[in-house]
Design a protein around this ligand. Structure first.
Ligand SMILES: [Zn+2]
Ligand SMILES: [Zn+2]
Length: 176
């Protein structure tokens, strides 16, 4: 799990960000929770750099499914811990199919995962896979005019796990 830092090159704005596990709760006791794909974004409501939902369009999800269908042992054995790669492939394809049906039913635009506001500016991932450089394409810091970038600052352990409705609203966790 990685941690990141958002920074402005003009003002003193800084914020640490963590990759936290977040899932859509499909209402069956988390048996088939679908992991939320995130993007970083500026949230006008939070006035912060935040994690926000990344809602891919259906054609690219369907292309992903076709690609996943065509893959075999070489791909799936890489993360089939305790499963055979065939079992892992089935699990992986089921997850994608569930993601596609969620996406088809989805009405609301992508939301800030902190406050739930759809009033966000997404920060697309940068193309380079250079670990040192910014991980997003920089955007203008709203209200400041400086440039906001996000860079990786290393690993962090965070065992938090948050659940959201299929429309991207945070479910307040019941005490466990
Ligand atoms: Zn600034
Ligand atoms: Zn927000």
């Amino acid at each position: 799990m990685s941690s990141y830092e958002a920074k402005c090159d003009r003002c003193s704005y800084k914020r640490k960000l963590y990759d936290i596990l977040r899932s859509y709760d499909l209402g069956d006791g988390y048996k088939s929770a679908v992991t939320i794909r995130r993007q970083y974004a500026w949230c006008h409501q939070c006035q912060q750099t935040v994690s926000a939902e990344l809602l891919e369009d259906l054609p690219s999800l369907e292309a992903e499914l076709t690609q996943a269908n065509g893959r075999g042992e070489e791909f799936y054995s890489g993360f089939a811990f305790g499963n055979t790669w065939e079992e892992e492939k089935i699990r992986y394809l089921d997850d994608l199919k569930q993601r596609i049906s969620l996406r088809k039913a989805r009405v609301a635009p992508p939301k800030c995962l902190d406050c739930g506001s759809p009033n966000i500016i997404g920060m697309p991932e940068s193309d380079g896979d250079d670990d040192e450089g910014p991980i997003v394409q920089p955007i203008e810091h709203p209200g400041c005019g400086g440039t906001l970038t996000i860079t990786s600052i290393g690993l962090a352990l965070n065992r938090a796990w948050f659940f959201y409705t299929p429309e991207g609203d945070k479910i307040e966790s019941q005490e466990s």
